[in-house]
Design a protein around this ligand. Structure first.
Ligand code: ADP
Length: 186
C-alpha cells in the first residue's frame, strides 16, 4: 500500500506509522464536531513521486574505478593525475592496501607552502589511516551519504578486508551519487 499525504506532496510512503488522535472540540451532543490530528512518522520506505527508490541502491551499484598512486609520488604528478583522470581525490596504496587519501585542497595547501611540488611526496601531506573514512560494497546509499555529509568529504574509498589490510577496490564520489539520483529521477 502506498500513501500520499498533502503535507509531503513529493513523497510516497510505504508502511508509515500513523497515529490518529481524535480531539472532541464541541461537547454539545446535537452538534458535536471531532477534529482528527494525524501524526505521520517517516517509517518504512520513502519513495519519490517519480519512481525514485533509493533504498535498494548499494555501493556496488555506484562505485567506479579507484585512482591510486604510491606515497613517493610527487605532489606535481598527483595534480597531473587528478586532471588526466578527472577526479578530485586520489588514494595512496602500497601493494593495493589503503595508506592514505589526497584531495585537491591537500595539494593546494602543499603547493602554497613554498616547497617545490615536483619534490614533495604525497606521503607527507596525505590524510592517513586510521583517519580515513571508507565504505564496503554492501553498504546502502543512505549510509554512504551520511558518511560523506558528516565528515565533510567528497569521496570514499571502497575497500575489502584482507589479512594485509584494507584493499582498495573502488571509489564513491559525490558525482557517482548525483549521477545515480539523476538516472533514477529522469
Ligand atoms: P577537496 O579538497 O577537493 O575539497 P575533500 O573535501 O574531500 O576534497 O577533502 C577535505 C579533506 O578531507 C582533505 O584533507 C582530505 O585529505 C580529507 N579526506 C578526503 N576524503 C577523505 C576520506 N574518505 N577519509 C578521510 N579524510 C578524507
Amino acid at each position: 500500500m502506498i500513501y500520499i499525504f498533502p503535507n509531503f506532496p513529493d513523497l510516497e510512503f510505504t508502511d508509515p506509522t500513523i497515529t490518529v488522535d481524535p480531539v472532541v472540540s464541541n461537547l454539545d451532543p446535537e452538534n458535536m464536531t471531532v477534529d482528527v490530528n494525524v501524526f505521520i512518522e517517516r517509517t518504512g520506505d520513502i519513495k519519490g513521486r517519480y519512481g525514485l527508490d533509493i533504498n535498494p541502491v548499494k555501493v556496488n551499484d555506484l562505485k567506479s574505478l579507484p585512482i591510486v598512486v604510491t606515497k613517493n609520488t610527487k605532489i606535481y604528478d598527483a595534480a597531473v593525475t587528478m586532471f588526466v583522470e578527472n577526479v578530485g581525490t586520489i588514494f595512496i596504496v602500497e601493494e593495493g592496501i589503503l595508506q592514505g587519501v589526497i584531495s585537491r585542497k591537500d595539494l593546494l595547501k602543499a603547493s602554497l607552502g613554498g616547497g617545490n611540488p615536483a619534490d614533495i611526496p604525497v606521503g607527507v601531506v596525505m590524510t592517513r589511516m586510521p583517519k580515513i573514512i571508507y565504505c564496503k560494497d554492501d553498504e546502502s546509499l543512505i549510509v554512504i551519504l551520511r558518511k560523506i555529509v558528516d565528515n565533510e568529504i567528497d569521496c570514499l574509498p571502497v575497500i575489502e578486508d584482507t589479512k594485509k589490510g584494507l584493499k582498495v577496490v573502488g571509489r564513491i564520489s559525490k558525482t557517482n551519487i548525483v549521477n545515480c539520483l539523476y538516472d533514477t529521477l529522469k
